[in-house]
Design a protein around this ligand. Structure first.
Ligand code: SF4
Length: 462
């Protein structure tokens, strides 16, 4: 097996350079798709989760260059569904055994958070998970929606290349997009993001950055769509994105984030009538059938000729590839660490809750350190805190650089603790991490020295 694919399959980590080389090499495609398929089977099983999509408004304040329902496209017939219509569609979907309802719209601020919260609360009575896909809102609005019972939120970043992002999204900023995603994570939403493949001027390097961003965010769902230019947009003369490249980005995402949910996107099926099945055999485990009423469905046209899902046909095709339709809500299995080599199921739950407990009970030194590195403040590197790696929880980690920072109090002086630390260090180093340890005293009295050491280590790991 290709060495890099083997590494990704085993350790769920790749550097940017390694991602680029795999994206550039079409000789490894089959091997990559097979590896992603096998990781998908191992971590999320053979069930395919169906998410019922309700597109409730095609009004949008934004002008994304590739989107058919952008504000400046006057050829679109706009619509908004009433609350009662949305609830009726949701009831119908729930009666058809869908266990997730996805409410999607353009950035339509006439749907205030409180009103949407009422709709979510109504749908939650149907014993289904609710996913929202309504674009950028404030932290407070997201909080209201979370409180109303919404479980998930989809907000594709589309590209992490700042220049390209701002070119494609007039008057929008990449920083705010990221702010939204981190707010959603913090509020406890299962957070979905993803990218478009084939934007004009996009490079393999920027796609590699996208994948690394998904990992940094620890996204729970990732949707990858090839660009399909809409004839009534500024990108009308652009070429379609390459389906194979989109599948490769998706497969690499599966290898790096093995336990997440990944849809076989409609755009893939639109480009190739077998695109959905190809995606399901290259790492995907979710399909999102559109259950919006027929009379308005055609008006939600981000790109043209969107492929529909024929339930009977899908079931038949799934049976042919030995997959089944799930009738569960299909939340991410958080108990599997993305960096775990061969996790024992025993204790996974404990470690998850322990990590959460530790995050909520940080020492003063940890809080001081966290405040200096959070939101990529230090050298533009994303640090995570109290993060599970295998059976261990580390204080802070910059995954992109495979660098762990541990802050030790006096408890680490005991022989037992030293023995435990040695074993832990051995394990983490065997997985390619470098570990820097500092005493709490260093954080209190020599913070400049601490950051100088970290800065050197980060540069060494370029
Ligand atoms: S992609 Fe989304 S945010 Fe952008 S114009 Fe279309 S609906 Fe609006």
């Amino acid at each position: 097996m290709n060495e890099l694919i083997e590494k990704a399959k085993e350790f769920h980590t790749l550097t940017k350079g390694e991602l680029v080389s795999l994206l550039a090499d079409d000789g490894i495609n089959e091997e990559l798709f097979q590896a992603a398929d096998s990781v998908r089977r191992e971590f999320v099983g053979d069930e395919v989760h169906l998410r019922a999509l309700i597109e409730f408004s095609n009004y949008c304040r934004c002008n994304c260059l590739y989107c058919g329902i952008r504000a400046e496209n006057n050829l679109v017939e706009r619509y908004r569904l009433e609350k009662s219509e949305i609830l009726e569609l949701a009831q119908h979907a729930a009666a058809s055994r869908y266990k997730t309802i996805v409410l999607q719209s353009g950035e339509d601020f006439s749907f205030k958070a409180d009103y949407l919260a009422e709709i979510v609360a109504g749908i939650k009575k149907l014993d289904v998970a609710v996913t929202l896909s309504i674009g950028e809102r404030s932290y407070e609005e997201y909080k209201i929606l979370k409180k109303s019972g919404a479980d998930r939120f989809l907000l594709r970043i589309e590209t992490t290349d700042k220049g390209l992002y701002e070119k494609m999204h007039p008057k929008a900023s990449l920083e705010n997009r990221k702010r939204c995603l981190y707010d959603l994570k913090e509020l406890g939403f299962e957070t979905g993001t993803g990218c478009l493949v084939g934007l004009p001027g996009q490079t393999l390097e920027s796609l590699a950055d996208d994948i690394l961003f998904f990992k940094e965010l620890d996204a729970d769902m990732i949707g990858i769509g090839p660009l399909i230019p809409h004839p009534h947009t500024p990108l009308r003369d652009s070429e379609c994105g390459n389906l194979t490249l989109a599948l490769k980005v998706m497969a690499l995402t599966r290898l790096l984030l093995p336990d997440i949910n990944i849809p076989a996107t409609t755009a893939m099926e639109t480009l190739n009538s077998e695109g959905r099945i190809m995606a399901l055999q290259a790492g995907a485990n979710v399909v999102m059938p559109n259950v919006t009423a027929e009379d308005v469905r055609g008006k939600y046209e981000i790109y043209p000729n969107k492929a529909a899902v024929n339930y009977a046909e899908l079931s038949k095709k799934l049976a042919q590839i030995e997959r089944t339709i799930s009738h569960k809500k299909g939340f991410r299995n958080h108990f599997v660490s993305p960096l775990t080599l061969a996790p024992s199921p025993v204790g996974r739950g404990k470690r998850f809750y322990l990590a959460r407990h530790l995050r909520r009970n940080m020492t003063p030194q940890e809080i001081k350190f966290w405040n200096l590195v959070r939101n990529s403040k230090f050298m533009n590197i994303k640090f995570k805190r109290q993060y599970k790696i295998g059976k261990y929880i580390v204080d802070f980690v910059a995954i992109q650089k495979m660098l762990i920072i541990e802050l030790d109090g006096g408890g680490h002086n005991t022989p037992e603790q030293q023995k435990y630390d040695e074993e832990r260090t051995k394990y983490l180093m065997s997985r390619g991490f470098k570990i820097l340890r500092f005493w709490n005293n260093d954080i209190d009295n020599n913070i400049d020295g601490v950051f100088e050491t970290i800065s050197l280590a980060l540069r060494e790991r370029n």
